[in-house]
Every structure is written in C-alpha cells, then in structure tokens.
Design a protein around this ligand. Structure first.
Ligand code: SAH
Ligand code: SF4
Length: 374
C-alpha cells in the first residue's frame, strides 16, 4: 500500500503517471487530502469510480496513529503519535487569538545531544517519513476541525474553521523532536506540502524551520525551500556553545553567522530568529548579552529568550525572571528586538525540549549517524 501522504505535489504527479493516470488527477487528489482533509477515496466524488476503486487497492492516506492526547488548561494540546517499533513522537498545538501554531517533530530522538534537551538525551532512533511529518499537520487539522464543527453546531465557535474553510493550523514550527535539517529530504517534501496552494497553502513566513546550525543544510534549504528560519543559538562564544550545542564543534559560530547572512538573501523574512534558552548561571549574565550583541552585529535578527524547561536528571536550572529581564533589556538597548517565550502547556509537559515521546534506542548509534548524515 502506498501512503499518499508520503508524496509532495511533484512526487504525487510522478506516481500517478506511473499508474497510467493524468497529472491533473494528482492535483485533484492532493486537494481532497489537504484542502478537504479526506482520507476515504470513496468520498473523492470528482474522481472516476474506476480510479477510486484502483486507489483503494493500491494506496491509502494514513497519518500516524495517536497513542495519547492531552489538553492543558491554557488550551494547548499534545498528541503522542506512534511511529512504529516502540517509538513515539509528539506534536503540540498552541492556540492564540489570531493564529494556531503547530509544533511538529521531524525525527524520533535526535543525534545532536544538546546538553539541555531531553530529546537529545534519548539519542537518535530514526528519521520520520514525509507522511509522518505532514501527517502531524493533517491529523491536527482533522481533529481540531472536527471540534470546531461540533462547536459550530452549538453556536459557540469561530466561524472560519472546518472542511473546505480555513484550517485551525495557520502556522507551523519545526521545533518538536529532532533536527529537521538532518532529515532533509522528508522535511522539505513536508514543507512543500505546507506551502503548496493545492495542499495547505501557508505562506513561507508562517512556516519556520528551527535548526541547531547544520550549516551546509541551511544553504541547501535556502536554495530548495526558503521558509522562515530560527537558529538555536544558546551561547555567545564557541567555548560555551561547544559544550551546550555540540554540533558547534563542527560548524563554529563564525560559520553559522555567515550562513545566516547567506540565508537572508532568500528568506521570506528579513531577519532570523535566534532562540536562546536561559540557563541559570551558565549563559544568562549581562556580560553574555554584551558578547551576543557583538556576535550578531552583522546579522539582522530577533531574539527569543526561552525559559529552560527542566526534565528528570537535567543538570540545569531556569534563570529567574529579574535575570531574564536584565538580559532582555541589554539586547533591547542595543536595538535588538527581544521577546521572552511564554511557557505554554506547562501542566502537560508540552513545552520546548520536554517532548520526550518514548524513544527506545539510546545507544552510541547516535554519533555514528551524525557522522554519516553530515
Ligand atoms: N533541533 C532543532 C529543533 C527542535 S528543538 C533545534 O535545536 O533548533 C526546538 C527548540 O527547543 C530549540 O531552540 C531547542 O534549543 C529548545 N530546547 C530544547 N530543550 C529545551 C529545554 N529543556 N528547555 C527549553 N528549550 C529547549
Ligand atoms: Fe536535537 Fe534540537 Fe534537542 Fe539539540 S535542541 S538535541 S538539535 S532536538
């Protein structure tokens, strides 16, 4: 059975051609899957009955299955998704007044082993397929669209959501489990579906890839699918960043800053976002802020300060609010727009770096994979 969520528009067209079908069929099916949220070929009423029968024999539309769903008091939702062989990944939906952001995972585990990240502590298990990545968006829209349809029936919902209308997910951030740029092909196919007018049709500015700084892949992304970019910076100098974000040993800060500048030539926004997790007594002094100002002086950027989310056995503590505010003020005084990330979904462990899933493989394969994929 071919899962059609595994194909972006171009790949779906090639597959339809291989089945002896016309290219416009691919477009029709794409619209059914993503615009209507349909997974049942029988419901795809503008396809010939013979084609529907054929598709039922050889294809399916299958998002990963949900093991558990949790709803936080602030409306944040988390789904734990089964990705086979005892592994699970997480997807988080964060509703805000004017948008709905879905935080999507791209790998089961992560090879990069950042010191403060619970996903990294689990080691790498495997890359998610395109279907498993875009399937997170498909699933969330399907579930939340259903809710709003029910609400609409009660007369209590925003009028814009549902089948054929706008979907609840208006923004996507690849900030769940894994390093998106080390699962490049599948991530880019999924990004293309997010952007494609026959699929979700999101603007490039509403789709953000977050990376710990895989420099060659940043250049590739800029050529192949330039969406908004967030960099997990976390330290103002190589000595500290080598410790916190070990991939810095391979791509040090001067290379990372140069890659950001190159990326901006094609980016949909005229700045990159630097994410900076605030670790008490480690990277959060005003002196660190001053060093950062020097580091980023040639890179148009914004900063997003992230309160550290502790997890069992993590060696770090969250910086206190006065320290975070001092740090923010130092950056702001240098003219750098700086926000402090709100902690959402705290009561269901849905915040950054807490997306633990249940990844089984915690061996040294991690480092071998890292070498192999870079
Ligand atoms: N691998 C990518 C994307 C996933 S991590 C990356 O590193 O950018 C998404 C964000 O969560 C990153 O900025 C990461 O540094 C941050 N993060 C990881 N662990 C965290 C924790 N325990 N507390 C707060 N933020 C964390
Ligand atoms: Fe991987 Fe990102 Fe976690 Fe680092 S912060 S270990 S790159 S998921």
């Amino acid at each position: 059975m071919q899962n059609l969520l595994d194909f972006d528009a171009q790949q779906l067209t090639v597959w339809f051609a291989e089945q002896g079908e016309k290219p416009f069929r691919a477009k029709q099916v794409l619209r059914w899957i993503y615009k209507a949220g349909e997974s049942d070929f029988d419901a795809m009423s503008d396809l010939a009955i013979s084609l529907r029968e054929k598709l039922k024999q050889i294809a399916c539309v299958q998002a990963p299955s949900v093991i558990r769903e949790e709803l936080a008091s602030d409306g944040t939702r988390k789904w734990l998704l089964d990705v086979g062989t005892g592994n699970a990944v997480e997807t988080v939906y964060i509703p805000e007044e004017d948008r709905g952001t879905l935080c999507v995972s791209t790998q089961a585990g992560c090879a990069l082993d950042c010191a403060f990240c619970s996903t990294g502590k689990q080691g790498f298990n495997r890359n998610l397929s395109t279907a498993e990545i875009i399937g997170q968006v498909w699933w969330a829209n399907h579930e939340l669209g259903k809710d709003s349809a029910a609400d609409r029936a009660n007369g209590s919902a925003a009028p814009c959501q549902g089948r054929y209308g706008n979907w609840p997910v208006t923004n996507v951030v690849l900030m769940g489990m894994g390093e998106p740029l080390l699962n490049f092909e599948n991530t880019v196919s999924a990004l293309r579906l997010m952007l494609d007018d026959n699929a979700y049709g999101l603007s490039r500015r509403r789709v953000t890839v977050s990376t710990s700084g895989v420099v060659p892949a940043m250049d590739r992304l800029r050529e192949e699918c330039p969406v908004a970019l967030a960099i997990s910076l976390h330290a103002p100098n190589d000595a500290l960043r080598n410790e916190l974000v070990p991939i810095n040993q391979k791509y040090p800060l001067h290379e990372l800053m140069a890659a950001c500048r190159r990326y901006l030539e094609k980016a949909p926004r005229d700045f990159v976002t630097f994410e900076y997790v605030m670790l008490a007594g480690v990277n959060d002094s005003v002196q660190h802020a001053r060093e950062l100002i020097q580091l980023v002086r040639d890179v148009p950027c914004k900063f997003n300060l992230i309160p550290f989310n502790p997890f069992p056995q993590s060696p770090y503590q969250r910086s206190d609010m006065p320290t975070v505010l001092r740090f923010r003020d130092a950056l702001m005084q240098a003219g750098i727009v700086t926000t402090i990330r709100k902690v959402r979904g705290d009561d269901i462990a849905a915040a950054c770096g807490q997306l633990a899933g249940q990844v089984q493989d915690r061996t040294k394969r991690t480092h071998r994979m890292m070498e192999a994929s870079l």
